[in-house]
Design a binder for this molecule. Structure first.
Ligand code: FAD
Length: 617
């Protein structure tokens, strides 16, 4: 299924326009604002569902750009990529095209927590995404900056409720109508860039922020609550100036595993993959950070940054005296640059140079582009429905970093779901939801809309209560049929392929079941193993899967079951830990589904609760 070659953007200009005048007065089903990871998946998904879709983004050539690390997947994030692929999204296939170093993280642990990951060639990734969008039917792309959302006045019978009717481009020039709008403006909403003591408006280096008009519509006109978050990126290092012999070589997997269920191999041949290198910070790094703190505006601010992808300043200040890992990763096949993962920093450029030269392989290193920080507005996601629609504004959907998440994979997953729902809403079909029990995308969206965020949200396997059954390898079996039959975002080619896989699995299981032997026959085959031991081994190895499968099915069936509000959780005669009893007593969830979503409530606790309520009904 991998393509042989990609068409170039300039050779396929017809669906792309730099002049938007002719679109004025045109009515689209869906307008997607932003061409990042959320926006590209949203636009493609909306078009696949059947909506006439317009993607508007500030710069056509940055569509699909990787703003920070050129990598895709990882633990928890890899599961999201597989699920986006199972729903016919782009990022998995783009990863297979652009990957230059593939590895499965956590290989020594169980398959449920394996993390498919690849280092990418930036240019190839962008080319693939652009080429896919160009060949997507019903999708048009234009270059422009959206200044304002057009919305109706609130309905007098439903105060505070609006309906989106389109967008207006910068300078008040062109208005374009749509039944649904998906906003995916990433780090650009009221974005400010930070290097040393200098602050300037920007959404990303080289790109202007979203205009103040957009924030104004969201806050003042629609009354949405917003917050402020921050993130940062490391300096890019000139590869030839680094002595890689002083770092530890890290080879990729000898057989790259593709992300996409449609691919049997990756574009990069096994022997063409590039290595990464591991090195460590020294006490000199900590000294430079401490000496330059007063010259570093970004680090002095209270705004919350990504806890699990922190800057070197935060790492050193939180864990003084330690040596921290730094991965030196290639930026692409023909790129002369290295990406030093773990060295995100925002001090003045001359101090950045001093800092990296404290690390042995980089004693003589040169910086190509200094690191910088960005601070931006996000919309508190508890104001969204599970379809990612703003509850108070019919037809307005939000996805990606604008919802307080961080990472390409989190953005892509939300983008696909918001785009599919925006299309369904525009085409007068009911919106659809994904539950926590069937997907990591369901976990992500449920966490956002029911708990909100206080710091940039990223996915981990530990967030998924049912991770044993939400494995990367079965994402297609879990989601492709739903994507085809209920959502409409999966092509018939992919659906047929998933049916073929499901049928072969079923055939294999039937064949295994047919291998039934009597106890005496087993005894003849396994003379040295007592039969009782064989039986218990078989039961133990199969039971977790079967047990979880049964649990999930029951909980899904009983999601809406009411929990009595006068229940005394502390004296309940069932097996629940003190912590679980305390949480249930404090929150008093109204349904079993609400109980499953509480932080700290285990699947086993929910099953015990379910059994108790069923018996006492
Ligand atoms: P983006 O990829 O940012 O795309 C937004 C798009 O919207 C852009 O194409 C922009 O041009 C367009 N746009 C914005 N406003 C308008 C408008 N008004 N009109 C038209 N188009 C508009 N992630 C991590 O996981 N770890 C990290 O360490 C990390 N560090 C980062 C550091 C920096 C400096 C930056 C900028 C990002 C970093 N990220 C990091 C985040 C990662 O890039 C994002 O999570 C991901 O790109 C979000 O995808 P998105 O689609 O929501 O937004």
């Amino acid at each position: 299924m991998l393509r042989k070659k990609l068409p170039f953007l300039h050779s396929l200009l017809s669906p792309v326009s730099r002049h938007v005048g002719h679109l004025t007065g045109h009515q689209y089903d869906v307008i997607v604002v932003g061409g990042g990871h959320a926006g590209t998946e949203a636009a493609a998904a909306a078009a696949r569902v059947g909506a006439e879709t317009l993607l508007i983004t500030q710069k056509i050539h940055t569509i699909g750009a990787l703003s920070c690390n050129p990598s895709l997947g990882g633990v928890g994030k890899g599961q999201l990529v597989k699920e986006v692929d199972a729903l016919d999204g782009l990022c998995g296939r783009a990863g297979d095209w652009a990957g230059i170093h593939f590895s499965i993280l956590n290989r020594r642990k169980g398959p449920a927590v394996w993390g498919p990951r690849a280092q990418l060639d930036r240019q190839r990734y962008r080319d693939f995404i652009q080429s896919e969008l160009l060949s997507t039917p019903r999708l048009t792309m234009v270059e422009g900056s959206v200044e304002e959302l057009l919305v109706t006045e609130p309905n007098p019978e439903e105060p505070g409720h609006h309906r989106v009717t389109g967008i207006r481009l910068a300078n008040g020039s062109h208005a374009i109508s749509a039944r649904s709008v998906v906003l995916t403006t990433g780090t650009f909403l009221s974005g400010s860039l930070f290097v040393g003591q200098t602050t300037s408006p920007g959404g990303r280096i080289g790109d202007a922020p979203s205009s103040a008009g957009l924030s104004h519509t969201l806050r003042e006109r629609l009354g949405l609550r917003t917050g402020r978050l921050r993130t940062g990126t490391p300096p890019r290092i000139v590869k030839d100036s680094v002595d890689l012999s002083l770092a530890k070589l890290h080879l990729p997997d000898s057989h790259p595993t593709p992300f996409s269920f449609l691919n049997t191999h990756t574009h990069c041949k096994p022997e063409e993959q590039l290595p990464c290198y591991l090195t460590f910070t020294t006490p000199g790094v900590e000294r430079v950070v401490r000496e330059s703190l007063q010259l570093n505006c970004h680090i002095q601010q209270d705004t919350k940054g990504p806890r699990y992808c922190p800057s070197i300043e935060s790492r050193v200040l939180r864990f003084p005296g330690r040596s921290h890992q730094v991965w030196l990763e290639p930026e692409g096949v023909t790129s002369d640059l290295l990406y030093p993962q773990g060295l995100s920093m925002t001090m003045p450029p001359d101090i950045q140079l001093r800092l990296i030269r404290e690390i042995p392989p980089m004693r003589r290193a040169e910086i190509h582009t200094p690191g910088y920080g960005v601070q931006y507005d996000f919309v508190c996601p508890t104001q969204l429905s599970p379809a990612l629609q703003v509850k108070s504004t019919q037809g307005l959907f939000l996805a990606g970093q604008i919802n307080g998440t961080t990472g390409y994979e989190e953005a892509a997953a939300q983008g696909l779901w918001a785009g599919a729902n925006a299309a369904r809403s525009a085409l007068s079909m009911p919106t659809v939801t994904l539950s926590r029990t069937e997907s990591y995308i369901g976990v992500l969206i449920d966490d956002l809309v029911s708990r909100g965020v206080t710091e940039p949200y990223r996915m981990f396997t530990s967030r998924a209560e049912f991770r044993t059954s939400l494995r990367p390898d079965n994402a297609d079996l879990r989601l492709t049929p739903k994507g085809f039959e209920e959502v409409g975002c999966v092509s018939s080619v992919r659906y047929q392929e998933s049916l073929r896989v499901r049928n072969s699995l079923q055939d294999a299981l039937t064949a295994l079941q047919a291998l039934f032997l009597s106890t005496s026959s087993w005894k003849k085959k396994l003379p040295s193993v007592p039969i009782s031991e064989t039986k218990s081994t078989l039961l133990t190895s199969s039971s977790p899967f079967v047990f979880y499968g049964i649990q999930i099915e029951r909980i899904q069936r009983e999601e809406n079951m009411s929990l009595p509000q006068d229940i005394d959780y502390f004296s309940l005669p069932v097996s629940l830990s003190d912590e679980v009893r305390e949480i249930l007593d404090r929150v008093r969830p109204s349904t079993l589904g609400a109980a499953t979503r509480l932080e700290g409530i285990t699947p086993a606790a929910v099953v015990n609760l379910l059994n108790y309520v069923r018996v006492t009904e």
